[in-house]
Each structure stands twice: as C-alpha cells, then as structure tokens.
Design a protein around this ligand. Structure first.
Ligand code: S3P
Length: 443
C-alpha cells in the first residue's frame, strides 16, 4: 500500500556531499513533443522519469508515436509535422502537468476528430483560457466553446492562420504553446512575450526552425515561419534547477554543511533562485560550465550561511524563479529583516494556490507575515527554531508544497506529519533517495 504521509522529528545533521539531480522537466517534456514532430529517430539520455514526462510519452504513444525507454535512454521515432495518427474518441490524459496539458493542444491543431483532454483534480482547476483563446484565433475549435478548464475537447482545422500574439503574464507555457502551433500554421506567427524561460527558442534554433528574436528589457519579439520539416533532436538532459533548489536551501539553512550538485541546467531564464539567494547573502557558486544543445549547464556549489538577510525581491526575477518561490520563502523566514515579494499572482495559478498555501504553512511555523493575492511580506527571524507539531495535509497533492514542507522540517525542527509523499513522482522521483544520500532521516 502507498504511504499516506511521512513523519520527520529531527533536523538534518551537518553534511558534505556531491549529488546528482533528476533531469530537467521543462526540457524533458519539450524534447519529447518536438521529437514526435521530427523526421528520424531522436535520442535522449537522462530524460526525467517522472509522472509528468511519462504522461507526455503516453499521450504521444496514443497518437501513434513509437517510443522505446531502456535504462537511461529514450528513443522517439518522429512522425514528422502533423504526422500523428488521429483516431475517433481519443482521450489524452495530462495528469498533473500544466505544461503537457497546454503544449499538447498546440500539436493537435490539425486533428480531424475531436480529442478529449483530461487531467487530475489539480489540473482540472487550472485556467486553460490563456491558451484556448489564442488557439481559437488561429482557427482551432474547442468544445464546449466557452469552457476554460479541463476536461475539454479540441478539434483542429485545415484553415489555420498565423496570428500576432501578446503574452503578458511571463508564461513560458503560453508562449511555447503558440510557438509549437506555428510549426503547423502557414505564414509567419508573431509573438510579443514578457520575458520567460526560453528553452523552446533554444530548441527551435538547434533544429533550424526559421526563428527571429528581438530582445528588449521586458519583452521578447519572436517571429516563427513554418518549417518544411524538423530534423531529429538528440539531447543529454541536464539536472533540473527547480529540483536542485530544495537541496540548495537545505544546505543554506543547515549548520556547517556543504553541497555540490552536478550538471544542472543554468539557463539564465531559470536561475532567478540563485540570483535571489545570493542577494540574500548566500554564496552559491557555479563551476565546470558546459553547453549542451544551446543550454548552459554547470555544477552548483553551496554552503551553510549564518547571516542571511531579507530581500525586496525585484519583480524582474519573478519569472526566472517562478517554481522556486516556496523554497525561497523558507530562506526569508530565517533571514534578518523583512523580505517582500510582489506581483506574484501567477503563483496562485500553479498546481495549487501556492502563495496562499505557503503563507498558511509559514504561519503554522510561527513566521510573522502579511500577504494578499499577489504579494507576501515575511518578517524574518534568524533564531527561528520549532518544537511544535505541524501537520501538512490537503494541499491538492502539490509536489513542491510537499518538498518545501520536508525541507522546512529538516531545517527548523519540530514534529512534522506531511501527507502525500507520492506527489514527488510528478517532478522529482529520486527526492527521498537524495534526502537519504545527505544523511537526513524521514519515516
Ligand atoms: C513551465 C513554465 C512555468 C512553470 C512550469 C513549467 C514550462 O509555468 O511554472 O512548472 O515548462 O514552460 P508558466 O509558463 O505557466 O509560468
């Protein structure tokens, strides 16, 4: 039987370790989707073996794509652009993944049949109008027409037109959805996008998709012309900074500890967490740089820090740290002074309403704070130590809320009972293994 909760009664003892982290989720999902559209057999090493990625592969298999997974190698036999085998009454399950749920729509825009897209309880609460509306402008049909949440049906069209799309949330999912759609849309698709992670742009570049990007401080102006075909794409997927972040923070908040995390993707649109933590007094170092498929990678070196200080977090870093704020808030709780994070309404649009849930957990921990629907002010306490009982339950099985709670328990003490350990399978299946590797105890 699956375990319903874990209990943690002890802080982690000092450690000095080198660890590897599971493959990057954004890159794994994008690689699989693009490989399905390519001509030839694409290979990926170190593809993330998580539920979100497995759901991606399952959706592609249902669309006729041949996929072989053996040990650490995954191969995908591409079917070419719009080469899916469409069938009547097809249902695709995106599980917990907003990225998969939104991006898969963009590859179905020529389907002659209605395809049903479903997701789990958390995904079914999330807004899909942000991708449905621009896709409708391209000429794609959705049923029921006014619905903005899963389950929903999509039906493609042979009469697609390129659009001018303005992405103003800083959402890479929305931007990528339209970029992937443009692979099957005639003419030139134009996108003005608030800066967000740019993995899709980098993959398009390495695949020679006709792409132009003009960068300004706040916006990227992207144009994509439909390619005739895309070639296969081999990828050695580096570790995920969003998963590494939990161990970076555990090291910072523990006593006399050091950690090296090997080969992590440090794309500049993803390292907001490092910039923010360094501004708070951490001395995180990047060593052994490599470039893989246009993505910058390095080892990350971090050590415990006694004098962390609060931050008035620049909103320009929000998108580059969007999945790491939960764990950053724990650092703010232990820092000297007040930390202020603002313009973060998107955090409540994630797998769970993360800003609200984080505020509740911090309050349970006795942290002083003020928050509203888009900002949080945390009054840090460098002497924060817990001895009380804390139960974390009913948070929509959000993987990052679960892992944040585990790190809080191992950093601040107290007696914790944290529900839904299975949630880690969404993004970071080896989380417990890594916890064990650094010597922490969880029951
Ligand atoms: C992702 C983009 C982000 C992030 C998500 C992965 C991606 O979402 O939160 O975990 O791979 O493009 P938004 O684009 O909705 O901000």
């Amino acid at each position: 039987m699956q375990k319903k909760f874990v209990t943690i009664n002890n802080k982690v003892e000092n450690f000095n370790k080198k660890i590897n982290i599971d493959g990057d989720k954004s890159l794994s999902i994008r690689w699989a989707l693009l490989a399905s559209q390519a001509i030839g057999i694409s290979k990926a090493k170190n593809l993330l073996k998580s539920d979100d990625v497995q759901n991606t592969l399952n959706c592609l298999k249902k669309l006729g794509v041949k996929i072989v997974q053996k040990n650490n190698l995954c191969t995908i036999e591409g079917r070419g652009l719009n080469g899916f085998i469409y069938k009547n009454n097809l249902t695709l399950n995106a599980g917990n993944s907003g990225t998969l749920g939104r991006l898969i729509l963009s590859l179905l825009i020529k389907s002659p049949y209605k395809i049903k897209i479903i997701g789990d309880k958390s995904l079914s609460k999330r807004d899909f109008s942000r991708v449905i509306e621009p896709l409708k402008k391209i000429g794609i049909n959705f049923y029921p027409p006014q619905k903005s949440k899963l389950p929903i049906y999509i039906k493609g069209s042979n009469y697609l037109r390129p659009i001018n799309y303005f992405e103003n949330r800083g959402s890479a999912q929305c931007k990528t959805c339209i970029m992937l759609a443009s692979l099957n849309v005639p003419g030139i698709t134009k996108i003005k996008a608030k800066v967000s992670r740019d993995h899709t742009e980098k993959m398009f570049r390495s695949l020679n998709v006709p792409l132009k990007i003009k960068k300004t401080d706040k916006y990227d102006y992207i144009t994509v012309s439909r390619p005739n075909f895309i070639k296969k794409i081999d990828f050695n997927i580096p570790g995920d900074i969003s998963s590494a972040a939990f161990f970076i923070v555990l090291t910072l908040l523990s006593k006399n500890s050091k950690l090296t995390i090997k080969n992590i993707n440090i794309n500049s649109s993803r390292i907001g967490v490092i910039k923010i933590l360094n501004k708070m007094g951490a001395k995180i170092q990047l060593k052994n740089f490599k470039i893989m498929n246009g993505e910058r990678c390095s080892d990350i070196k971090v050590k415990s820090i006694k004098n962390l200080k609060g931050i008035n977090c620049p909103v320009s870093l929000n998108s580059a740290a969007i999945d790491e704020f939960l764990i950053i808030f724990l650092v703010a709780a232990k820092s000297k002074g007040i930390s202020y994070f603002k313009d973060l309404s998107e955090l409540n649009q994630k797998e769970s309403p993360r800003l609200t849930i984080a505020a509740k957990i911090l309050k349970m921990m006795g942290v002083r704070l003020k928050y509203d629907s888009s900002s949080i002010k945390i009054y840090g306490n460098p002497n924060l130590k817990l001895s009380k009982n804390i139960i974390i339950k009913n948070f929509l099985k959000d993987h990052r809320v679960f892992m944040m709670s585990v790190i809080a328990a191992l950093s601040f003490g107290g007696k914790w009972k944290i529900f839904d350990p299975d949630s880690i399978k969404t993004s970071f299946p080896s989380f417990f293994l890594k916890i064990k590797e650094i010597g922490a105890k969880i029951k």
